[in-house]
Design a protein around this ligand. Structure first.
Ligand code: ADP
Ligand code: MG
Length: 244
């Protein structure tokens, strides 16, 4: 089966000295969850940003549904429409209501008629338990609610793939659960996701594939049982000892 996302020998440097992704290879099968783990600074966010074409890669190829999206001729806007992204900081527009935040991209950027975008947004809010917050401004919501709105916003364009970058890292501990529940639900729906996370317990539970990033490569990959239960690389073992 064609992977939803494939990175082949991806290389990314910032300037001359900071080689962040040395030679990254990654396959994400349809309807699976991939967890990216690794020390701070190991390149998890950079990898996700490259996959969404927020960063230009220096070498290698990235495929989305078999299509080379790093080809200079690729339509970056069309690619981003197929990939939803949620970052650590919710990044909601403070001067817009929840509903406006969610309909902005579909309506203004992708030309979905307002009514249709609104219907979709209400459906999503309903699903995420936020129906009564449609008219609220972000500063009236808890961090967990804001992050759920950010997820709804990412889903509004019906993406093929969802990239989640440490989406619970900025939350108070008591709010983490409600956001992780949304991810569990999406997995139940068969959503293909790649998530960078420090929540090892959650990665273990939800991931089909765990990739340990180290020194610019995916040093070790496998099922959660393999990577957490029986890591083969000394550097993986050391990382897990430190973090768990
Ligand atoms: P992680 O998400 O795993 O913590 P990042 O991808 O954020 O790692 O960062 C990997 C490395 O790339 C770090 O050393 C970071 O300082 C560097 N880096 C990330 N973005 C930039 C940038 N825009 N310019 C220069 N260096 C960057
Ligand atoms: Mg990061």
């Amino acid at each position: 089966m064609t992977p939803v996302l494939r990175l082949e020998n991806v290389r990314k440097a910032f300037g001359r000295d900071t080689l962040v992704l040395r030679d990254v290879n990654l396959d994400v099968a349809p309807h699976t969850v991939t967890a990216l783990i690794g020390a701070s600074g190991s390149g998890k966010s950079t990898l996700l940003r490259c996959a969404n074409l927020l960063e230009e890669i220096d070498d290698g190829v990235i495929f989305l549904d078999g299509e080379d999206i790093t080809d200079p001729g690729a339509d970056a806007d069309a690619v981003r429409r197929r990939i939803g992204v949620v970052f650590q900081a919710y990044n909601l527009f403070p001067h817009m209501t929840v509903l406006e935040n969610i309909t902005l991209a579909p309506h203004r950027v992708h030309g979905v008629p307002r009514e249709q975008a609104t219907r979709r947004a209400r459906e999503l809010l309903d699903r995420l338990g936020l129906a009564e917050k449609a008219g609220a401004y972000p500063d009236r919501l808890s961090g967990g609610q804001q992050q759920r709105v950010a997820i709804a916003r990412a889903l509004a364009v019906r993406p093929r793939l969802l990239l989640l970058d440490e989406i619970t890292a900025a939350l108070d501990p008591e709010l983490v659960g409600e956001v992780l529940n949304v991810v569990r639900d999406l997995k139940g729906d068969g959503m293909t996701m790649v998530l960078a996370t420090h929540e090892m317990g959650f990665a273990r539970e939800v991931a089909d594939q765990v990739c340990f990033l180290d020194d610019g490569v995916v040093l070790e990959r496998g099922t959660p049982e393999q990577v957490f239960g029986d890591p083969q690389e000394e550097r993986t073992r050391r990382f897990l000892r430190r973090i768990v």
